[in-house]
Design a protein around this ligand. Structure first.
Ligand SMILES: NC(=O)c1ccc[n+]([C@@H]2O[C@H](COP(=O)([O-])OP(=O)(O)OC[C@H]3O[C@@H](n4cnc5c(N)ncnc54)[C@H](O)[C@@H]3O)[C@@H](O)[C@H]2O)c1
Length: 432
């Protein structure tokens, strides 16, 4: 069913994940430029084609493809980029609705030769433009795989191939070498992991709690005492536990740490989702509007992280995921306080990444764009419709889209993704 608003083009309903779905249900076209480093043979229904430059290309009549994956890791100069164009251009029109274009590259910053760095960085502009041209719910994303990280790519490739990444488009992710424990069951990748979600009583936090539980985690749902009954309901539905605390309270980090130690012996995944808005133009923004937003959205995360690390509450291979916002990247009228807090999260994640890696842990940020929640439903019609439409997928995302991205970053297999910001915004035109 198409979502229709009179006078506006219909948006394609996105293909979303469920554990009983196959990873792909139609052939996947895979190809590579000379010097490619990634083994793609494990991908179900893979049809491997040589580069069309060699005269054996897929041609316009082939497909429809579930996905097109091109390994460009070996491209070292501008001439080599022709392989990318020649392979993808004829096949792109035969991508099925809600299909995936995925390009694999080598991080440009790892290339010492300027021509190689230029060619690899060119992939970034290519994929962002292809994402804007993709039709019918299809997406385009780029994964830079550092040398030595090839075997740590699977969880990320699975995420981008599947319906889990329905609302993720035009993104550039780096996978670096890291100790990556094996994943026994890809339908329950969080089995036996203890996950904590703040702000879990409703909205995106409730969806994150549900998604982590579906993937096998034992979930501790955290929210303010005033949201106690909704919090208990979420926790009961997913067989998790509820812990009531205002995360800005002076003793909140220690109370949380003690609860996790006593009830669960620590935590494996910690999701900082609780957040508030107090939108006002800068000239009308009170000191309370400023400090309350910075306290909940940023300072509480810093203080909780510090305590969890100081008290060794986080287990080895822990994953910390912080919810930022595209407002923190692009800025937003009336949100100087909120955007400052959400940009601050990105600063924190980038600064903590290297130290977390040394402990075999990761910390990443997820920056949602326009997500269909009670907050966005309350917007005036015109503002809401503009918010929904100004992205490549021509629609708002769902809380589950943010949750699926959090769940991917929470996996043991995602050890090589660290200190990064992943936007879940349908490639909104706001922000980089
Ligand atoms: N909805 C969107 O479109 C959108 C877009 C970008 C980012 N985000 C971010 O996603 C996160 C969730 O957003 P949402 O729309 O689900 O919001 P929401 O208001 O529906 O839910 C936030 C939850 O956090 C809890 N919370 C607030 N202050 C708290 C505190 N001091 N201690 C403990 N819990 C507290 C609330 O009680 C509530 O249950 C927020 O960080 C928000 O900034 C949302």
């Amino acid at each position: 069913m198409k979502v229709r608003v009179p006078g506006l083009p219909a948006a394609t309903p996105l293909r979303r994940y469920s554990p009983d779905q196959p990873l792909v249900d139609r052939p996947v076209l895979t190809g590579s430029a000379p010097g490619a480093r990634i083994d793609l043979r494990w991908i179900p229904l893979a049809v491997t084609s040589h580069s069309p430059l060699a005269g054996e290309g897929p041609g316009e009549g082939s497909g429809p493809w579930s996905a097109i994956i091109f390994d460009a890791t070996g491209i070292t100069d501008v001439a080599g980029l022709s392989e990318l164009h020649a392979f993808i251009a004829p096949a792109f029109r035969n991508l099925r609705p809600c299909g995936r274009l995925i390009v694999l590259g080598t991080p440009p910053e790892d290339c010492t030769d300027p021509a190689a760095a230029a060619a690899q960085r060119a992939l970034d502009g290519f994929i962002r433009s292809a994402g804007k041209e993709a039709r019918s719910g299809s997406t385009a994303n780029l994964i830079y795989v550092a040398a030595g990280a090839e075997s740590g790519l699977e969880s990320t490739l699975r995420f981008f191939l599947s319906g889990r990444s329905a609302y993720v488009c035009g993104q550039v992710v780096r996978v670096r070498p890291a100790k990556t424990p094996p994943t026994a069951d890809w339908t329950r990748p969080l089995k036996d992991r203890v996950a904590v979600v703040t702000g879990a009583a409703r909205g995106i936090g409730a969806a994150i709690a549900q998604t982590l539980a579906r993937d096998g985690a034992q979930v501790v749902c955290v929210d303010v005492p005033a949201a106690g009954s909704a919090l208990a309901e979420v926790a009961n539905t997913i067989g998790g536990t509820a812990f009531q605390v205002d995360i800005t309270a002076a003793d909140a980090p220690d109370r949380l740490a003690s609860y996790l130690e006593q009830r669960h012996g620590g935590a494996d995944v910690f999701v900082h989702n609780a957040g508030i808005t107090r939108d006002r133009s800068l000239v009308n923004l009170t000191a309370e509007n400023w400090s309350s937003v910075l306290a909940v959205n940023l300072d509480a995360q810093l203080r909780i992280n510090e305590t969890l690390l100081a008290r060794n509450v986080l287990h080895p291979n822990a994953r910390v995921i912080c919810i930022s916002s595209t407002s923190g990247i692009a800025g937003n009228r009336g949100q100087t306080n909120y955007a400052a807090s959400k940009a601050g999260i990105i600063g924190m994640v980038q600064a903590m990444g290297p130290a977390m890696a040394r402990k075999d842990m990761t910390i990443n940020a997820v920056a949602p764009g326009f997500i269909e929640t009670a907050m966005t439903r309350a917007m005036p019609f015109a503002t809401r419709e503009i918010g929904r439409r100004i992205n490549s997928l021509n629609q708002g995302g769902l809380p589950v889209d943010v949750a699926e991205t959090v769940a991917w970053l929470g996996q043991l297999g995602t050890a090589g993704v660290n200190g990064q910001v992943i936007r879940v915004c349908g490639q909104s035109i706001l922000g980089a």
